[in-house]
Design a binder for this molecule. Structure first.
Ligand code: GLU
Length: 268
């Protein structure tokens, strides 16, 4: 099977050097194996996604010298697929409505008897109400149904630990799918064989692996890469004042030289 990787940015802001590194790593992983590199625009978040950011992403990738195969895929055009998957999971009895507001969740997670890191399942088994809700997966039930799962990261076996992720959201109040659901469906639909992305999404992979098992989807190989850090060891992100790719491009910086430096493991 042709090795296929993808870069899947959310067009909610400008790309920075960390995105460039991720895109180059995914691109080179495929090209080194005679494979395909795809571009997917993760724009299900209608309130934060902007078309102008997509144009900038395209310009940034071209500036870096990265070319992708086929047309870019827009998640906003694929909502029917997410709805169908949700329906299947609902039919398995694995989803429940969650009416909690952000404030209620924050409060529940910082309860005096010890802060918890995941949604505590407040609405699991709650009576149905006529109120805005998201859909969560009952992770304990899902894991019980799937049995032991594992996956590979850089070829090494990882035991799946989705329970620690809790009852994550699969369809949001304000969006018909969550990141977890959309990314899982799309990687399968696009024939992605190798998911190359930052290690900040390592934990999310446990969730994706469960969704693949429940929906009978193929299981890719994962290659989570380290995140770029600045001289101070801090993760490079806009909030640390790192320039965006667009700013560098507009200032006349050579994109090919930036890509070469990142490939050589140097910060340009
Ligand atoms: N859209 C996600 C992001 O921009 C990345 C998704 C992925 O690589 O799985 O953080």
């Amino acid at each position: 099977m042709t090795v296929t990787t993808r870069f899947a940015p959310s067009p909610t802001g400008r790309l920075h050097m960390g995105h460039a590194f991720s895109a180059i790593t995914a691109h080179d992983h495929a090209r080194a194996r005679g494979g395909r590199f795809l571009l997917r625009i993760e724009d299900i978040d209608g309130t934060r996604s902007r078309a102008e950011h997509v144009e900038t992403i395209v310009a940034d990738l071209r500036w870096l010298g990265l070319a992708w195969d086929g047309d870019m895929v827009w998640q906003s055009a694929r909502l029917d697929h997410y709805a169908a998957a949700l329906e299947r999971l609902r039919a398995l009895g694995l989803l429940y409505r969650c009416y909690c507001t952000r404030a209620e969740i924050a409060e529940a997670m910082s309860a005096p008897h010890g802060a918890v890191a995941v949604y505590p399942g407040t609405c699991r088994g709650a009576p149905r109400r006529d109120a805005p809700h998201c859909w969560r997966i009952d992770m304990a039930a899902a894991v019980a149904r799937c049995g032991d799962l594992s996956w590979t990261d850089h070829g090494g076996r990882v035991a799946n630990e989705a329970l620690a992720q809790g009852d994550v959201v699969l369809a949001r109040k304000d969006a018909p799918a969550s990141y977890h659901l959309a990314v899982t469906i799309d990687d399968a639909a696009q024939g992605v064989t190798d998911v190359v992305r930052g290690v900040d999404l390592f934990e999310a992979t446990h969730v994706h692996r469960v969704l693949q098992a429940l929906l009978g989807l193929p299981v890719p190989r994962w290659h989570h890469h380290a995140l770029l850090t600045g001289a101070d060891g801090q993760r490079l992100a806009k909030r640390h004042g790192a320039p965006t790719l667009a700013a560098l491009r507009e200032a006349g910086v050579d994109g090919a030289a930036v890509a070469a430096a990142l490939r050589a493991g140097r910060l340009p």
